[in-house]
Write a protein that binds this ligand. Structure first.
Ligand code: BEZ
Ligand code: FE
Length: 280
């Protein structure tokens, strides 16, 4: 294989992949090569631009740490996360829609008693959240694990503070026999996606703003059901129609309604999809 040129290089690379033992890996790599080469041809990519792209991805990697996932952020702002969620969670009508995880999920959050306040000393106006987890037929899903995480009034997640002694504004609740759960917290605020890294630089160099509309994250799991990862967005937020990570779905926009004492309440029910083969 010698004297490869711009007309023969793509086929040569694909031919070398032809004996890849893992069929899916072979398919993915072949597709990646085809699309990368097509992109380079279409853009008439210069060597300086290739180098700049490599330096950008290197900076994205260097920005990653245990509490910061710059590659997730990159996938989010390019719409790749939302596209992948949309393709993989095409649920029957009536099921709660899924959205992206975002970079601030932390596994193994602390279990909390029904009605507990997950905010700790996080700043913000008090709120409560009441909901029911059910199946498509309306039946309750008992003992579902409802993981919740959110930003505080300053628009920051616990992992974005350097000096917190432990997790804050995140926790896990269990549904009762009637599928219900409730919790106390503080109102989440809109916040800019992290701008102090290479993805922020990219965003500033393009158009748009970094502000996500106020939302609460949920990950709900129960035996026999598909895991639901979603977010509920605060009705009236000014950024609902310009989310930089394309996560907002109309069915997930809901009001946190204030009472006379200034306590806000969100009532929101979640409908899970049964896992194939686990019909009752
Ligand atoms: C989030 O919702 O937590 C999030 C999503 C994408 C980028 C940054 C944050
Ligand atoms: Fe978020």
């Amino acid at each position: 294989m010698r004297n490869l040129n711009q007309d023969t290089i793509t086929q040569a690379v694909i031919a070398r992949l032809s004996d890849t033992p893992d069929a899916r890996l072979k398919e993915v790599l072949t597709c990646v090569v085809q699309h990368l080469h097509a992109l380079a041809r279409e853009l008439r990519l210069t060597e300086a631009e290739l180098q700049a792209g490599i330096e950008f991805l290197t900076a994205v990697g260097k920005k990653c740490s245990a509490s910061r996932q710059e590659f997730v952020l990159l996938a989010d702002v390019l719409g790749l996360s939302t596209l992948t969620v949309a393709m993989n969670h095409d649920k029957p009508a009536g099921c709660t829609e899924a959205t992206t995880f975002g970079p601030f999920y932390v596994p193994d959050a602390q279990p909390m008693a029904s009605g507990a306040d997950l905010a700790g000393d996080a700043p913000g106006q008090p709120c409560r959240v009441r909901g029911r987890v059910c199946a498509l037929d309306g039946g309750p899903v008992a003992a579902a694990q409802v993981e919740v995480w959110q930003s505080d009034a300053d628009g920051r997640y616990d992992v974005q503070y350097e000096d917190l002694p432990g997790p804050r504004a995140r926790g896990v609740f269990s549904t009762g026999a009637d599928g219900r759960f409730q919790l106390r917290s503080v109102l989440a605020s809109p916040y800019p996606v992290p701008e102090d890294g290479p993805v922020g630089q990219l965003m500033r160099a393009s158009s748009g703003h970094p502000w996500r509309p106020a939302h609460m994250h949920f990950r709900i799991s129960a035996p026999g059901f598909e895991i639901l990862v979603t977010q509920v967005y605060r009705q009236g937020d000014p950024y609902l129609d310009s989310d930089p990570v394309y996560g907002v779905r109309q069915s997930l926009v809901a009001p946190w309604v204030p009472d006379e004492q200034g306590l806000y309440t969100l009532d929101f029910d979640f409908v899970l999809q049964r896992r194939a083969g686990s019909e009752p």
